[in-house]
Write a protein that binds this ligand. Structure first.
Ligand SMILES: [Zn+2]
Length: 422
């Protein structure tokens, strides 16, 4: 009996130890090194991209920092869910909870931004990048942007099968038009996720992979990584951000962003402010601390809260130079060429997704504007006519969560877009 009790105690100790040691790990840098070892020409492509990025940043940074650059990039998203059992088959609502976190974090609308120390608060930025669930698939069919497939391969995210349909996975949608997410078991929970930097992946697997335990804020999402920050971090890589400590601990390298303090090594858990001489501390005494609350460090979800203007500009450059197809993707439009014989009306709807309150603009604000909102099944949810000067908005707070089509007519023109209510 004593022996049994003893082994029970040891088992408890091990699992507690595992819990205590759990910290963020992201294998993006390893994936990059692997890619380079297989194809050294990636180094030259990255070098060209870095030059373009620095040029773009030099030409655009000043406009961004004084707030005159309001170009908003909206990236269509497809989520491929690969599951072995019902638990891993995460719900639509869990997926939408992640998209909401991405949009909040990238717009600096995150409610927990107050955790940022006062010295860094002036550096919290709206990146002007947003995300929408795809409404049109690569064949032009309507979609909710979510694909699912049951798989027999365990820890498929740790193999090359996750993106190969013939191997049981789900193929990427055209990377020039969509940000591809694969949600699956990677390696049993140790690696939270990984992404490919622009110019480092083949078209078949370019995108972001996240373990089903660390995507979104509900369902299978597990503390300490259940606030959606794994995707915020990985999408940063996908848009060409490096780790804030530049993946070396001798203060020799920099992350290529001028307004993030140079940092020795990564931080785990929830460090106290300031971090100066610690292993995750600052490199230069002129900085108040390392910026461990930046999304590109390794801290826990509840302890990261910001991108800087420099990171926002670098990501905008990452789209413009590294993923330009996303700028003109119609992944979140609905057959606008057929529905708009008079031409598009420049319809922009925001925030999207939202809890139900949406605003919109068109290029015809001096005209009478008609709006009709239908749900994914085609049922009319609301109809409204606006006179010139009216505030263009509509309210779906009383409607169920999900996708809706917003059909707007003005001055003989028409355009339809999809919105998501969470
Ligand atoms: Zn990372």
């Amino acid at each position: 009996m004593k022996k049994i009790l003893l082994s029970f105690a040891v088992a408890l100790l091990c699992s507690a130890g595992t819990q205590a040691q759990r910290h963020r790990t992201c294998s993006t840098h390893e994936k990059y090194l692997q890619a380079v070892s297989m194809d050294p020409s990636i180094l030259e492509q990255r070098s060209v991209l870095e030059q373009q990025t620095q040029e773009w940043v030099a030409n655009n940074a000043s406009q961004r920092s004084n707030g005159t650059n309001t170009v908003l990039v909206t990236i269509p998203v497809v989520v491929h869910v690969l599951y072995q059992n019902a638990t891993q088959n995460i719900s639509d609502a869990q997926i939408l909870s992640q998209i909401e976190v991405l949009n909040a974090d990238y717009a600096h609308r995150n409610a927990d931004s107050t955790i940022t120390p006062a010295a860094f608060q002036p550096l919290m930025a709206n990146t002007q990048i947003q995300f929408c669930m795809a409404s049109t698939d690569p064949s032009g069919n309507l979609t909710n942007g979510i694909e699912r497939r049951q798989v027999s391969v365990s820890q498929i995210g740790n193999t090359s099968k996750y993106y190969q349909y013939s191997q049981g996975g789900l193929a990427a949608w055209n990377r020039n038009s969509y940000l591809n997410f694969w949600i699956c078991d990677i390696d049993g929970g140790w690696t939270l996720g990984f992404a490919y930097l622009p110019g480092t992946a083949g078209a078949a697997y370019d995108g972001v992979v996240i373990d089903y335990n660390f995507f979104g804020t509900i369902g299978t999402a597990q503390a300490l990584f259940n606030l959606g920050r794994t995707a915020t971090h990985e999408v940063g890589h996908y848009l060409n951000l490096e780790h804030i400590w530049a993946d070396e601990s001798a203060c020799n390298a920099d992350d290529g962003v001028t307004d993030t303090p140079q940092q020795k090594g990564e931080n785990y858990g929830c460090p106290s402010y300031p971090q100066t001489s610690q292993s995750g501390g600052r490199c230069n005494a002129s900085d108040p601390s390392s910026m461990f609350m930046n999304y590109m460090d390794y801290t826990d979800d509840a302890c990261m809260a910001m991108f800087t203007p420099g990171q926002g500009t670098r990501m905008q450059a990452g789209v413009t130079s590294g993923r330009p197809g996303l700028l003109t993707s119609i992944g979140c439009s609905v057959l606008t060429s057929i529905l708009s014989p008079g031409g598009k009306i420049g319809l922009t709807i925001y925030p999207n997704p939202s809890a139900g309150e949406f605003e919109f603009t068109t290029g015809f604000i001096n005209s009478q504007t008609e709006i009709q909102v239908t749900d994914i099944a085609g049922r009319v949810v609301l109809e409204k006519t606006f006179m010139p000067g009216d505030r263009l908005s509509f309210d779906l707070t009383q409607s169920p969560a999900g996708s809706y089509f917003v059909d707007v007519k003005a001055d003989g023109h028409r355009e339809v877009k999809q919105v998501t209510k969470f």
